[in-house]
Design a protein around this ligand. Structure first.
Ligand SMILES: [Zn+2]
Ligand SMILES: [Zn+2]
Length: 104
């Protein structure tokens, strides 16, 4: 086969010393047998396989969303406690003013 012979002239994208055994249909690069794996009857390279592996990406996105929600909750709690402390401080200040107010 012509394609098999042309593959022999190609080198693995990751291993320059190795002859290419397959071509990734996604990135069109050549890879050795160790750098490719079958996925849905297609031979893909490891980076394309990881890119096409959507479920892990979704989990990561959902985790990022959860972290954003947690950050917002923490920000609200911090803002509330600061306002609460400010309110308490403001409640104390008039009392101090009453004690030292010269017009009293
Ligand atoms: Zn690829
Ligand atoms: Zn390789």
């Amino acid at each position: 086969m012509n394609t098999a012979r042309s593959l022999r002239h190609q080198r693995c994208y990751h291993h320059a010393a190795r002859e290419a055994a397959a071509r990734c249909p996604e990135c069109q690069r050549f890879f050795c047998r160790e750098c490719v794996s079958e996925h849905d009857d297609r031979v893909l390279c490891s980076s394309c396989l990881a890119r096409l592996n959507k479920p892990s990406m979704g989990v990561r996105l959902r985790l990022a969303g959860l972290i954003n929600v947690l950050r917002a909750v923490v920000a609200i709690i911090v803002a509330w406690s600061v306002l609460y402390g400010l309110g308490r401080a403001l409640l104390h200040i008039p009392g101090m003013f009453h004690h030292s107010a010269p017009w009293y």
